[in-house]
Design a protein. Structure first.
Length: 278
């Protein structure tokens, strides 16, 4: 059987999440034939649909090599959305360094290679950081992400970093109080055009507390510059920013499987459906 669009998900959500259901309904309303498929299911024929949209693949950071191999396979059989090259690039948060080199203001970040040791106390002293956030460079859902106060840096923070770098690469950032006091802002773009924005809880775990946000002209301009710096069009993107005294800073750019909270913005699922079918 052939389909027009495959919505790609993972084993825990074989029928997709809330966003995915809204998108499936919007696609089906146009007469398109839609299916859900689990990315890791070896029985799926990815060539059965000309377009496959990466949606709720929320276990990929636990299965990095397997997911990367699947992306290569799927890209040979169907058109991935977003594009294969962008997906591979966005998997590893070292993309922040690329965007910074292209003129985007990002949250200050130190990357640590697997097996590398870092004197966190000396690093914080040199940079004037009082509190830290340590996390893997390939992560999702706050996996492996921990915040440490100044007194925890020589002990708990150092141990956590060492534990991460035994098996993967990691990153160190200063803790920014604005993620709790002013909240992180997520700007959703569909087809390169701004759709809607919402405020996230700290570390982006609980989306039930998210509310619509009206971004300032500065925030919107910043979000557009981030997408321009990607250098390739994307059908959907979530630009997560945090306010600072010097203006917005990029926390993350999500173009793999972001929660877009389309339920907060009526019509957004229909707009994305039109982009996918177009």
């Amino acid at each position: 059987m052939s389909f027009d669009v495959t919505l790609v998900t993972y084993e825990t959500l074989p029928d997709g999440g809330t966003d995915d259901q809204l998108l499936a309904q919007a696609l089906s309303a146009t007469g398109a034939r839609v299916r859900f498929a689990v990315w890791s299911d070896p029985a799926v024929d990815w060539s059965a649909a000309p377009v496959s949209v990466i949606r709720s693949t929320w276990d990929y950071f636990h299965r990095i090599a397997e997911f990367a191999a699947w992306l290569d396979l799927a890209a040979s059989q169907t058109r991935l959305v977003n594009a294969h090259r962008v997906l591979r690039w966005n998997m590893d948060k070292r993309y922040l360094a690329d965007l910074e080199a292209r003129g985007v203001a990002v949250v200050p970040t130190v990357f640590v290679r697997q097996g590398e040791t870092v004197d966190l106390a000396a690093l914080c002293s040199d940079r004037g950081w009082d509190e830290l956030v340590v996390k893997p460079t390939i992560s999702g859902g706050a996996f492996g992400t921990k915040r440490f106060a100044a007194g925890q840096i020589p002990g708990e923070a150092t141990a956590h970093l060492a534990g991460l770098t035994e098996t993967r690469e990691a990153m160190i950032q200063p803790y920014l109080a604005a993620v709790e006091t002013e909240r992180e802002r997520s700007l959703v773009f569909l087809g390169g055009s701004f759709s809607h924005a919402f405020l996230k809880s700290a570390f982006g775990i609980d989306y039930s507390a998210s509310v619509l946000h009206r971004p300032s002209a500065e925030e919107l301009g910043f979000g557009r510059r981030v997408l321009e710096a990607v250098g390739e069009p994307v059908a959907y993107a979530r630009v997560d920013i945090v306010p600072s005294a010097k203006g917005p800073l990029l926390m993350e750019l999500e173009v793999i499987e972001p929660n877009l909270l389309m339920g907060l913005a009526p019509g957004s699922a229909e707009r994305l459906a039109g982009l996918l079918l177009g």
